[in-house]
Design a protein around this ligand. Structure first.
Ligand code: ADP
Ligand code: MG
Length: 228
């Protein structure tokens, strides 16, 4: 029997993927918030779920630790631009389905009293703190804006408040976190939703097991858009 390993991250990706899995007849048999296990069985003996950090999903899938995974477009593109990415040779991962879940956007935000437009116009060097150094580098290079990037792993909102940076590049959904920290969104970089990512080798070798899963996801997505 061909084993299928699906990489998910805890939290919104896991929660929002469950209904799609259910539509494909797959029930995860343990709750990641209640167990310390990192490998979760499902009701399908040939399908298991591995729990990894959101930003590790593309790495697991690319190198075969998982056959498929669900990851935000932010994480997928940051991975493709990074050291493990496909570079000129093309993508290291297949990305066959936009699952439309975990929607948000990647944006530039600053303190309300920082004149971002003026800084850009004057060709000033801007200090930008972000977890997304590759996407940020590409965005500002495309705009011809000079930036010094500072890599952070969390609490990005703090950077402009403490003088660590002039701006941040971070995910925004409702904007309430920015607002609570007196920050304003000054530029949209990328609309984000979670995608199914597939190991290219598994796509060929496990096609017979993967195809029905992808078909079920597509049917569930079509049904939910029809009802929306
Ligand atoms: P982590 O904090 O470990 O990165 P999250 O659950 O916060 O995990 O984020 C996982 C993915 O969910 C992100 O890569 C992004 O695609 C998406 N996401 C993050 N924040 C939001 C948000 N506020 N609203 C909707 N989707 C989000
Ligand atoms: Mg988070």
């Amino acid at each position: 029997m061909t084993q299928l390993t699906l990489a998910l991250s805890k939290g919104r990706i896991f929660d929002d993927t469950l209904p799609l899995l259910r539509a494909a007849g797959i029930e995860v048999l343990e709750d990641p918030e209640k167990t310390r296990k990192l490998i979760l069985p499902t009701n399908q003996p040939d399908v298991r779920v591995v729990l990894v950090r959101a930003s590790d999903v593309p790495t697991y899938v690319q190198f075969g630790g998982a056959d498929v995974g669900v990851a935000g477009l932010d994480v997928v593109l940051e991975h493709e631009l990074g050291p493990y990415g496909g570079g000129e040779g093309g993508a290291s991962l297949l990305r066959p389905i936009d699952l439309g879940i975990a929607r948000c956007r990647l944006s530039v935000a600053t303190r309300a009293d920082f004149d971002y437009a003026a800084a850009v116009r004057q060709g000033a060097r801007i200090r930008v703190a972000t977890k997304y150094t590759q996407l940020a580098r590409q965005h500002f290079a495309d705009k011809g804006v000079h930036v010094d990037l500072i890599k952070l792993y969390g609490s990005m909102e703090l950077a402009p408040l403490t003088g660590l940076a002039d701006a941040i590049v971070d995910l925004v959904s409702t904007g309430s976190t920015l607002k609570a920290n007196h920050l304003v969104e000054v530029e949209d970089i990328l609309p984000v939703s979670a995608h199914l990512v597939v190991n290219p080798g598994a796509a060929k070798l496990k096609r017979v097991r993967l195809q029905p899963l992808m078909d079920a996801f597509r049917r569930a997505l079509a049904a939910s858009t029809a009802n929306a």
